[in-house]
Design a protein around this ligand. Structure first.
Ligand SMILES: Cc1cc2nc3c(=O)[nH]c(=O)nc-3n(C[C@H](O)[C@H](O)[C@H](O)COP(=O)(O)OP(=O)(O)OC[C@H]3O[C@@H](n4cnc5c(N)ncnc54)[C@H](O)[C@@H]3O)c2cc1C
Length: 448
């Protein structure tokens, strides 16, 4: 592979992992990051405070030797804890197998860990408060301004765009849209989100069960909560913008208390805290971005959310971006030039990022509505039983979350077939204990 200077735009989660891996491989790498250094500022890393890290993301961290360190920063989440409107609790395990759980990790802590590792290899690689000003694809040159406003020119560089869902690099590709026949779609959800923090109890204890992802499914909206190592929880309210139960209504302070008491009765004692946070915190927006191609000749490539932003309901956006880095690393091994590397990367990833985008949209409905449904709960119980008894059975959730050896696309196809089949079974059979697992597993194996 021709030795080029690689300029990564965006040192968020994916850009930092990518930069670290490329430095480990011996490339000359610079990373431009618009924001100040997270490690010396009190600002958050943007968007969600914490994230669910699972096996695909862990594979990316393993590649750079940071898996164990990331696990030390995480809180394990072994089950979904469903909170009913009446305040009853029901735990639904993510998997019956040892080692199959998801991990709650702080976005900022994870990003800082990756940046520290970059600094160890090249303390000059990360450039904060820096802005890409101009890109000339013909000459492969870029101009960028550093934090003092000094303009630098670099020739013969490859741009790697990891600048997130609202990517400037993607916009640069769009400017070449005639030449590239660039396709682009962006679809907003009618739902936004607001983060609210549930602090630790007076003795520093977790106020709700620690090792769980908590869900308050309410049909047309929901709240979730992920634990943090300091015993707080980051709760996220996913809510329609308008309508009967919506941000439009909750923005009226006098209606808020009654709403919280009605829908989150088991959290009623913490209303004052939530209310303060509600006033302070902004509403975030949720949208899916699909585009293609992701590259311009051998001169620019998009990765992570810049190439494929998805809504967060499978907890896979970052995991998918980290998997991009793993696959890109494989493509560097398999290809002799940058052009074929970029093309084979997109060929391998596009079908899979489209699949996880679609799965995330399906899962929103499942989380806010179906988890409270009796047939869904029976299906989950049956699946846990199957996973316990048969080492070759993986539910759709497990295929997506715990099987990085199965692509998102294959996980989607098999998972959907299994779901359809099992829902028919629980529909027809009132008592799931009377179902013979040996017969059922044979029927499910036949779907593969
Ligand atoms: C509410 C919510 C919850 C989520 N939960 C999960 C979860 O549980 N699990 C999961 O896997 N994923 C989750 N995600 C998705 C995850 O946040 C993203 O997929 C992930 O952050 C993508 O990483 P990235 O590096 O591609 O982009 P980003 O994290 O957005 O990083 C982009 C970086 O580029 C910088 N930048 C932007 N423009 C420029 C520019 N012009 N020049 C220089 N720098 C620039 C930004 O400052 C930022 O640092 C969630 C998302 C949301 C919104």
């Amino acid at each position: 592979m021709e030795d080029k200077h690689l300029l990564i735009v965006g040192a968020g989660l994916v850009g930092s992992l990518l930069g670290l891996r490329l430095l480990q491989r011996g490339y000359k790498v610079s990373l431009l990051e618009l924001r100040p250094d997270l490690r010396s500022s009190s600002q958050s890393a943007g968007r969600s405070i914490n994230l669910a890290l699972s096996h695909r993301g862990l594979r990316g961290l393993e590649l750079v030797g940071l898996r164990d360190k990331a696990m030390e920063l995480s809180v394990k989440m072994r089950e979904r804890m469903i909170h009913s409107s009446a305040g009853q609790l029901m735990g639904l395990a993510y998997s019956a197998r040892e080692g199959e759980y998801i991990n709650s990790i702080s976005r900022k802590a994870l990003n800082c860990m990756l940046m520290d590792a970059i600094d160890q290899l090249d303390p000059k690689a990360l450039q904060f408060e820096s802005k890409l000003l101009d890109w000339n694809p013909q000459q492969q040159s870029v101009q960028w301004a550093d934090q003092n406003g000094i303009v630098h020119k670099l020739d013969n560089v490859i741009l790697l765009g990891t600048d997130g869902a609202n990517s400037q690099c993607r916009k640069l590709l769009m400017e070449q849209s005639q030449k590239l026949r660039f396709n682009y779609s962006q679809s907003y959800q009618n739902y936004g989100y607001k983060e609210l923090t549930l602090p630790p109890g007076p003795g520093g204890e977790f106020l709700i069960k620690k090792e769980a992802l908590h869900i308050w499914p309410r049909g047309h909206f929901m709240m979730i909560a992920l634990p943090n190592p300091d015993a707080s929880f980051t709760c996220t309210l996913f809510f329609p913008y308008r309508g009967e139960d919506s941000f439009e209504i909750l923005d009226q302070p006098d209606l808020r208390k009654e709403f919280f008491d009605r829908h989150f009765s088991d959290m009623a004692d913490y209303f004052e805290i939530f209310n303060e946070e509600y006033e302070k915190n902004p509403i975030g927006h949720l949208y899916t971005v699909k585009c293609s191609p992701w590259s311009y000749e051998d001169k620019m490539l998009l990765m992570g959310d810049a190439a494929h932003a998805i809504i967060p309901f499978y907890g896979q956006g970052m995991n998918c971006g980290f998997e991009d880095v793993v696959i890109f690393d494989e493509m560097l091994n398999q290809n002799k030039n940058w052009l074929s590397c970029f093309q084979s990367f997109e060929k391998a990833r596009k079908i899979n990022s489209d699949a996880i985008a679609d799965l995330a949209e399906d899962n929103f409905l499942e989380m806010r509505d179906r988890v409270a449904d009796l047939d869904f709960q029976k299906k989950r119980t049956l699946e846990i039983k199957l996973e316990k008894e048969f080492s070759d059975y993986f539910s759709k959730y497990s295929l997506v979350t715990f099987r990085p050896d199965v692509s998102y696309h294959d996980a989607m196809q098999l998972g959907r077939k299994q779901d359809e089949y099992l829902l028919q079974v629980v529909n027809n059979e009132k008592d799931i204990d009377s179902i013979n697992p040996l017969i059922l597993i044979e029927q499910l194996r036949a779907l593969r």
